[in-house]
Design a protein around this ligand. Structure first.
Ligand code: ADE
Length: 237
């Protein structure tokens, strides 16, 4: 999977995409055929595409109001140039608080695409006309709160997608059983324990030491359901 990121702040991505599992996801050594890694990241600075001689990309909002709006021209030209860099069709995504909320089923769907082209807006947003002209474009929010820009939301989306790509987690089963995932019936995850058996006088639930896998599975399902009932009853509807 190729992931293109169009942003005014590419430097925000380098440490996140260059660390830990997201770094490994793009490592050629990971792939089964030794050729194509599970994901590749391609950062593009929208400012490189402005035709403005002072390198400006934003202007005050028509109609007044605070903040600046990113102009159509640099966004449109950047998308055209980046799209032409690879023959795979790019699914366009705009990170915006006005979008549909990111959920695990949506992440699972996006993880099957050959190529994602993610636009991270900043300031008050992007001129609506270029958003319309770039249709079909999926507008996605990471939750009902407002950040200073779409960069952190883009990283959240990339992290959630990359960990579902083949070979990235190493242990494929673990993603399948996470909270909100199909193996957990889309409920919250059950609690986890490790050594020592007793810590500060607190014991690990006896059943987990029984070696009876059917009973352990049943206990975990019940814990999962109970936690969901208490913390997120909305998930049970
Ligand atoms: N940009 C600013 N806030 C955002 C959010 N919650 N989701 C996606 N993009 C954003």
């Amino acid at each position: 999977m190729r992931i293109d990121i169009l942003t005014l702040f590419p430097e925000m991505f380098t440490s996140v995409l260059g660390s830990s599992i997201l770094k490994r996801a793009a490592d050629p050594a990971l792939s089964a055929d030794g050729q194509s890694p599970s994901v590749s990241y391609h950062l593009t600075d929208i400012r490189n595409y402005t035709t403005n001689k002072h390198q400006k990309v934003d202007r005050p909002s028509f109609g007044g109001g605070p903040g600046m709006v990113i102009q159509c021209q640099p966004v449109w030209d950047a998308v055209q140039a980046v799209t032409a860099m690879d023959p795979r069709p790019a699914s366009r995504i705009l990170m915006t608080p006005q979008g549909e909320t990111l959920t695990q089923p949506l992440v699972e769907e996006l993880a099957t695409h050959p190529r994602l082209l993610i636009i991270a807006g900043h300031y008050e947003g992007i001129d609506e006309r270029v958003i319309q002209r770039l249709a079909p474009m999926r507008e996605i929010s990471i939750g009902d709160y407002v950040l200073t820009g779409g960069e952190l939301p883009a990283m959240v989306l990339i992290d959630a997608v990359a960990r579902l790509r083949p070979g990235v987690l190493g242990h494929e089963e673990s993603a399948h059983h996470d909270s909100f995932s199909p193996g957990a019936q889309r409920l919250l995850d059950h609690p986890h324990y490790t050594r020592p058996r007793v810590w500060e006088g607190m014991e690990v639930p006896e059943i987990l030491l029984s070696g009876d896998h059917a009973k352990i599975e049943k206990w975990r399902r019940e814990q999962s359901l109970e936690r969901t009932r208490q913390r997120r009853p909305d998930l049970l509807k």
